[in-house]
Design a protein around this ligand. Structure first.
Ligand SMILES: Cc1ncc(COP(=O)(O)OP(=O)(O)O)c(N)n1
Ligand SMILES: Cc1nc(C(=O)O)sc1CCOP(=O)(O)O
Length: 534
């Protein structure tokens, strides 16, 4: 098989010590190959050379039957004795140049990399593929000393690979495969992983055929989705550039979808705003559920329309971890509101943990929060508020962050900026009174989540035949986010204009009224949307 013909989609690294009791290694291997494994690596850490050679030789007989390339982990002597397709080396193994001299030009060499520098060196040294890890913690190998890259960190590495294929490794299991594949698309070149490498997800299974087939279906589905552009950061609807008028019409159309379907909007939010957020949800025609217990949120997930995770008071981290993961598994939109994320080290590390555990669909924040996630110091925060003049180029900030996080980014303020990493929108609705009530930003997140639920329902209603076996979430969430921002701010404008509104107290009550009263015609008449970039 030529080097270019190798399919890295599902890369099995062996681990005999992890086999279920009574399961034979060769039987497990053959079943895994029947399930769709495309590459195998024999990894034996504590086996004598003679036995390692024998295992590798017998393994090759089986992989040859399935025309699947075989690699040897670390050991050049075993490679030379068996002559399989290639050798996999780590950073502390034989140097790449020396390995190349020994195996020859026809053999493949894979190199483990865990950062951009190692990846650049592997590419320059002629590696045929790289194993990028550790993505997450794993029980299969001691990776305590290694940085856990999470999908976002893998994406940064992918940007320097110059076409060299890559597989991710470390803690990969079916529930996190879609998150990994979608969340690791690289921020600059939009490069994706070529596959995933696993040990325990297949080897520990009593049914390795089914385990392999399940992961293979997820990878195949992702690859099909890449071809059609139906990936996380790219909306699933129309691909052509849209005018502000079209975007406003599409946003207004979602209002009927909310009212006709009453989606359940699950919210783990801060205890300052729970009641206002629940009332705002009801007012626009959806149904709030504010469950926080991790056991409760798992069971709820299949029934919800969308999830909001607002970590303002960070009292429910365990529930947030489970709810986000389950929303990914059930392909429901997740709106993440990282309240005051830059304010403390605890908030920064909690945010990192959450985003390593699940993939958000939309990230919504004020300039200080978006700046903190973008690791920018241009805008400072004081508590939950942003201070100072704002970003010199806010459109670019949201676009870059959207590409890095593979999510739609909404930055709220006097003007709101929204990007999916390609298109950048600016909206200019809203009133100053929003700044003198608590929770206006949090309620914006609530209404964005509500309209993302509608965007998904709208998409599924008109695309029944679209594959849905592993996409994180479907629907035009750029429009979902835009609709949420417009409906909330236009309701605020209607509320502020009422003669009975005298200040923050009456405005707060009037805002809930106007979220209830606002209609598509109001949005069509009042929305101020500019398309800054397409
Ligand atoms: C596909 C793939 N990627 C990474 C590794 C890790 O290799 P290495 O760094 O050599 O560590 P050990 O496997 O030797 O513990 C791998 N084996 N396969
Ligand atoms: C062999 C290996 N190398 C890693 C790295 O980070 O380089 S993580 C890892 C173990 C992968 O096992 P599992 O799929 O069971 O998590």
């Amino acid at each position: 098989m030529g080097k270019a013909a190798i399919d890295y989609s599902l890369y099995l690294v062996t681990g005999r010590e992890l086999l279920p009791e009574g399961k034979d290694y060769y039987e497990s291997l053959e079943e895994a190959l029947q399930g769709g494994v495309t590459v195998v690596q024999v990894r034996e850490k504590d086996t004598d050379t003679g036995e390692f050679v024998e295992i590798a030789r017998k393994t090759k007989e089986i992989t040859d039957k399935y025309n699947v390339p075989l690699f040897i982990n670390d050991r050049i002597d075993v490679f030379l004795a068996v002559r399989p397709a290639g050798l996999h080396i780590g950073q502390s193994d034989l140097p790449l140049a020396r390995a190349r001299e020994l195996v020859g030009d026809d053999a493949l060499i894979g190199v483990s990399v865990s950062n951009v520098d190692e990846a650049r060196a592997a590419v320059a040294g002629g590696a045929d593929y790289v194993g990028v890890g550790a993505i997450w913690d794993t029980g299969s190998k001691d990776v305590t000393a290694k940085l856990k890259l999470a999908p976002e960190g893998a994406g940064v590495v992918l940007d320097v690979l110059e076409g060299v294929p890559s597989v991710a490794i470390g803690g990969i299991h079916p529930p996190n495969v879609p998150q990994l594949l979608h969340g690791s698309v690289s921020p600059v070149n939009r490069t994706a992983l070529d596959g995933v490498a696993v040990i325990s997800a297949i080897v520990s299974s009593a049914d390795p055929r089914a385990a392999a087939a399940g992961i293979r279906a997820q990878v195949d589905s992702f690859k099909r989705a890449r071809k059609t552009g139906n990936t996380q950061a790219v909306f699933s609807g129309a691909k052509a550039a849209r005018t502000p008028k079209e975007l406003i019409e599409q946003s207004a159309a979602l209002m009927a979808v909310v009212r006709d379907n009453t989606p359940l909007v699950h919210q783990l939010t801060n205890n300052v705003v729970i009641n206002d957020s629940a009332n705002a949800t009801l007012a626009v025609g959806a149904s709030p559920i504010m469950a926080t217990n991790p056991f409760d949120v798992k069971d709820l997930s299949p029934a919800i329309g969308a999830l909001l995770v607002n970590f303002g008071t960070i009292t429910d981290k365990a529930g947030m971890l489970v709810a986000g993961r389950e929303a990914n598994v059930n392909r429901k939109p997740v709106v993440y509101d990282p309240v005051a994320v830059g304010a403390t080290a605890f908030r920064r590390s909690t945010s990192k943990e959450l985003l390593s555990h699940w993939q958000p669909t939309v990230i919504k924040g004020n300039p200080a929060e978006i700046g903190a996630l973008a690791e920018s110091t241009e805008v400072a925060s004081r508590g939950v508020d942003a201070v100072g003049g704002g970003f010199a180029n806010p459109g670019s900030v949201v676009k870059v962050l959207a590409r890095r996080k593979n999510a739609i980014v909404v930055m709220t303020g006097k003007h709101d900026y929204i990007s999916d990493g390609e298109t950048v929108l600016k909206t200019s609705n809203g009133v100053d009174l929003l700044e003198v009530i608590t929770g206006s930003g949090c309620m914006t997140g609530t209404i964005v989540a509500t309209f993302c639920a509608a965007a998904r329902l709208h998409f599924l209603a008109s695309n029944a035949a679209v594959e849905n076996d592993s996409q994180l979430v479907q629907g035009d969430h750029l429009v979902g986010a835009l609709a949420g921002v417009l409906v909330f701010n236009i309701a605020a404008e209607l509320a502020a204009a009422r003669p009975d509104v005298k200040g923050p107290g009456t405005f707060r009550a009037a805002l809930i009224d106007e979220l209830y009263n606002v209609r598509a015609a109001d949005v069509l008449a009042r929305a101020k949307v500019e398309v800054l970039e397409v």
